[in-house]
Design a protein around this ligand. Structure first.
Ligand code: PLP
Length: 282
């Protein structure tokens, strides 16, 4: 059985649909050679991308930080339309928008869209929750704010460290990771934002740490505030996760996934997960 996928690439000013499995970049593409590019992962639900605008805004910001000329929102929307049209509404999808510096020598950047079904493991984690281990990223919490060359806040294609963190977690018997700073301050997951409920508020780490500005946490916090649930950017530690009423990992495709174990210690969610999901999906 061939994997269900849909691919489109920006060529000569238009979105061109490419048969899945056919090559779309050359060996010299700097995204391939150096991970020099940016990306977004966007949820496709009922054949639609309700949160695309927030992802396009962040992609534009990443492109600016990387100094890669993006083809612009209209081009991205044309690429999205090309891959989403004909996609079965019943299949929840993960849409990847990829922008690389291209092959160089004056050639334009590479811009493409790739749509695939949400992995079964993501669906399982949504239902069952996850265990996480805390792993140190090795930089002080305030360092990336002073070090623009580290591209804090950009969603770059250089995710080899993030993927290695997952493999490390798997060897430790955990599903996911919470990255911490050198001083032990909470940062983020390798592909998610950390949120915890404590003292009647929702908390997430401050952006000054160089973490990615999550589109999902932004939507959750806006709606929580509107519903009278206070939110805060809080410089927490792993101890705060142990003490919290509930902890979640958030991202566009997974939504809110309950964390049931932190560094081998079980914890509850005091029934708050359904409330969080109502806010996110409402
Ligand atoms: N932090 C990192 C490092 C990520 O890769 C992601 C998601 O891809 C997030 C946070 C969550 O961002 P969003 O909610 O926009 O998907």
């Amino acid at each position: 059985m061939t994997e269900q996928r849909s691919v489109a690439i920006w060529r000569d000013g238009r979105a061109v649909t490419v048969p899945a499995g056919e090559p779309v970049v050359t060996a010299a593409d700097q995204g391939l050679v150096r991970g020099d590019g940016a990306f977004e992962s966007v949820a496709v639900v009922d054949g639609a991308t309700p949160h695309l605008a927030a992802h396009l805004a962040r992609l534009a910001r990443s492109a600016e930080l990387l100094e890669i000329p993006s083809p612009g929102d209209d081009a991205w929307r044309a690429l999205v339309d090309a891959v989403v049209s004909g996609w079965p509404a019943a299949t929840e999808g993960v849409l990847r928008l990829l922008l690389t510096r291209g092959p160089g020598d004056g050639a334009p950047p590479t811009a493409l869209a790739l749509l695939a079904p949400v992995p079964a493991e993501t669906l399982r984690q949504r239902a069952d929750g996850v265990s996480v281990v805390s792993l140190c990223l090795g930089v002080p919490a305030d360092f990336r704010a002073r070090a623009p060359w580290l591209l804090g806040g950009a969603k770059t294609l250089s995710y080899a460290v993030n993927m290695a963190a997952y493999r490390h977690a798997a060897r430790a018997g955990a599903d996911d990771v919470v990255l911490t700073s050198l001083e032990g301050r909470l940062l983020e997951g390798p592909t998610s934002t950390v949120v915890w409920a404590a003292g009647g508020s929702l908390h997430t780490p401050p952006l000054e740490t160089g973490i990615l500005a999550g589109t999902t946490v932004a939507r959750l916090f806006e709606r929580a505030e509107a519903a009278g649930w206070p939110t805060a950017r809080t410089a927490g530690t792993v101890d705060d996760l142990h003490a919290a009423d509930a902890v979640w990992l958030l991202s566009g495709v997974r939504g809110a996934v309950r964390v049931h174990t932190v560094d081998g210690v079980r914890r509850g969610d005091t029934g708050l997960t359904s409330r969080i999901r109502e806010l996110l999906d409402g």
